[in-house]
Design a protein around this ligand. Structure first.
Ligand SMILES: Nc1nc2c(ncn2[C@@H]2O[C@H](COP(=O)(O)OP(=O)(O)OP(=O)(O)O)[C@@H](O)[C@H]2O)c(=O)[nH]1
Ligand SMILES: [Mg+2]
Length: 438
C-alpha cells in the first residue's frame, strides 16, 4: 500500500514534469491523481478534498514568481500544500517542563517516555519519570526497566493515578523534565477521559503529547480529535514508522488537531526517535529517497523540454524552416496533447483528434525513414530535390517515390503555413501560447 501510494503521487509529479504545457486539464487530472493517492494512503477524505481544491485554485489563479516556469510553479504548489498539512513540525524546547503522554492501548506511550527521557538526558538535562498507568500491573515495572537502562528515576505505585502523579511531582520538583506515562484504553472511554483530565489538572503539563501508532491509518484523525477535545493536545509523536505503516494517518491527525508532529519513533530501541521533518516524512510516504531531488529533477527535465519547444517555436516563426524542423513540429504535434493549442491557431483550423494523432505518428515513422536516406543539403533545403533524387531517396528508404513526394508536399504545405505566421498579430498569439516573450 505504501508503495502504491508513493507510486501514485510520484506519477502525478511525473505527469507535470513531462507535460509540454501546464494547462487546466492537466492540473485537474493531476489533482485527481493526488486525491486518489491520498485517500488510498489513509488521509481523511474531507481533508483531501479541501486540499485538492486549494491546489487547483492556486495552480490556476496564482501567477508564477518571476523567473519561475509554470511547471515549477505548479510543482511548488503541490509540494507546499502537501507539506502544509504536515506543518513545520516542532521540537520540544530544552527548558524545565512537565510532559504528559497520552494515547490508546499499545500505541507506544511507555516506550516513547523512555525515548524522550533519553533525548533530554543527552542534552544534559535532569530527567525523571512518573508511572501513572496504575491499571495495568506490569506497566510500572515496564517503565522501571526502561528507566534503569538510562539511569533515570521513576516514581510509581498502586494508588489512584492522580495521587501518584502528585507525589511524583513533589518528589521530582527539582528535576528539569518530568515525563508522565499514562494508561491506555481500547477506545476513548469516559473513565479514561476523566482520569486524563484529573492528571492534567494536577500536573499542569507544559506538553500533552498524543502517541499514535503510524499503522492505525485513517483512525488517527478520529483519535486525535477525541484526545484533543478531552485535554488539548500540544503535539503528536508517531511511533512504529520503521514498520510497514503508511503514516498517512499522520496527515489526518495533524489536520484534525492543529497540533504539530514532534518526533517519530523508528524502532523499539531507546534511541530510535527522530526529529520530525515534513519533507523527509513526505518522501518516506512517497516511498522515495528524497522528494526534493525529484522536484529538482522534474524542474531540470522541464527546462530542457521547454527550451526545445521554445527553439522549435522560434524557428517556426523565423521563416527558416527545414525538413527537420517540419519533422520536429509534427513530432511535437503528435506526441503532445496540449500542442492542440497550436493546431487551433493554424489557419486550417483543424483540431488534432486521436485518429489524426495516430495517422500523424504513422506518417512520422515513414517520414523518418525517408529523411534518413537524404543528404544534409537536401534536408536543409528540400527545394533542390529533383525527380532523380526522389528515385534515389525512395530506393534508399525502401519506399515508393510517391511516399517521398508526399513528404515534400507536406513540407511545402507546412512552410506555407509557417509563412502565414509572419503576420505579427498571429506571431504574438502563438508566442503567448508557447509562453514565450517577444
Ligand atoms: N518497531 C517499533 N516498535 C515500537 C515503537 N514504539 C513502541 N513499539 C513497541 O510497541 C509495543 C507497545 O509499546 P508500549 O510503549 O508498551 O505502548 P503503550 O502505549 O505504553 O501501551 P499500553 O501502556 O499498554 O497502553 C511494544 O512492544 C514496543 O516495543 C517503534 O517506534 N517501533
Ligand atoms: Mg504503557
Amino acid at each position: 500500500m505504501l508503495k502504491n501510494f508513493g507510486e501514485a503521487l510520484r506519477s502525478a509529479f511525473r505527469k507535470i514534469a513531462n507535460a509540454p504545457f501546464i494547462d487546466r486539464d492537466l492540473i485537474k487530472e493531476v489533482v485527481r491523481d493526488i486525491q486518489r493517492a491520498l485517500i488510498a494512503g489513509d488521509v481523511n477524505v474531507k481533508l483531501v478534498l479541501e486540499m485538492s481544491k486549494r491546489i487547483e485554485k492556486r495552480a490556476l489563479e496564482e501567477k508564477p514568481l518571476p523567473g519561475m516556469s509554470n511547471r515549477e510553479h505548479v510543482l511548488k504548489i503541490l509540494h507546499e500544500e502537501l507539506a502544509s498539512i504536515l506543518g513545520q513540525g516542532r521540537e520540544l524546547p530544552l527548558k524545565k517542563q512537565r510532559i504528559m503522554m497520552v494515547g490508546l492501548y499499545g500505541q507506544g506511550k511507555t516506550t516513547t517516555c523512555g525515548k524522550l527521557a533519553r533525548f533530554f538526558q543527552k542534552k544534559g538535562m535532569k530527567v525523571a519519570l512518573i508511572a501513572a498507568d496504575v491499571h495495568r500491573p506490569a506497566a510500572y515495572e515496564q517503565l522501571k526497566q526502561i528507566a534503569e537502562k538510562i539511569n533515570v528515576p521513576v516514581y510509581g505505585g498502586n494508588d489512584k493515578a492522580e495521587k501518584v502523579v502528585k507525589e511524583g511531582l513533589d518528589k521530582f520538583a527539582k528535576y528539569d523534565v518530568v515525563i508522565i506515562d499514562t494508561a491506555g484504553r481500547h477506545a476513548l472511554e469516559d473513565d479514561l477521559i476523566k482520569e486524563m483530565k484529573k492528571i492534567a489538572k494536577i500536573a499542569h503539563p507544559d506538553e500533552k503529547i498524543l502517541v499514535i501508532d503510524a499503522s492505525i491509518g485513517q483512525q488517527a484523525g478520529k483519535q486525535a480529535r477525541a484526545f484533543n477535545d478531552a485535554i488539548g493536545i500540544t503535539g503528536v509523536i508517531l511511533t512504529k514508522m520503521d514498520g510497514t505503516a503508511k503514516g498517512g494517518g499522520a496527515l489526518s491527525a495533524v489536520a484534525e488537531t492543529g497540533a504539530p508532529i514532534l518526533y517519530i519513533g523508528t524502532g523499539e530501541h531507546i534511541d530510535d526517535l527522530e526529529k520530525f521533518d515534513a519533507i523527509r516524512f513526505l518522501s518516506r510516504l512517497l516511498g522515495m529517497g528524497d522528494l526534493q531531488t525529484l522536484i529538482e529533477k522534474a524542474e531540470e527535465a522541464a527546462k530542457g523540454k521547454e527550451k526545445k519547444i521554445e527553439e522549435t517555436a522560434k524557428k517556426m516563426l523565423s521563416g527558416k524552416f527545414t525538413l527537420l524542423d517540419m519533422y520536429e513540429q509534427m513530432e511535437l504535434l503528435s506526441g503532445m496533447g496540449p500542442f492542440q493549442k497550436i493546431a487551433d491557431l493554424l489557419p486550417l483550423g483543424g483540431k488534432l483528434k486521436d485518429e489524426d494523432v495516430y495517422e500523424t505518428q504513422k506518417k512520422l515513422k515513414k517520414f523518418r525513414i525517408i529523411m534518413d536516406s537524404m543528404t544534409k543539403k537536401e534536408l536543409e533545403n528540400p527545394n533542390i530535390i529533383k525527380s532523380s533524387h526522389i528515385k534515389r531517396i525512395a530506393r534508399g528508404a525502401g519506399v515508393e517515390t510517391r511516399d517521398v513526394k508526399e513528404l515534400l508536399r507536406h513540407y511545402n504545405m507546412s512552410k506555407k503555413l509557417m509563412k502565414s505566421f509572419s503576420n505579427k498579430k498571429m506571431q504574438k498569439k502563438l508566442m503567448k501560447q508557447f509562453g514565450l516573450k517577444m
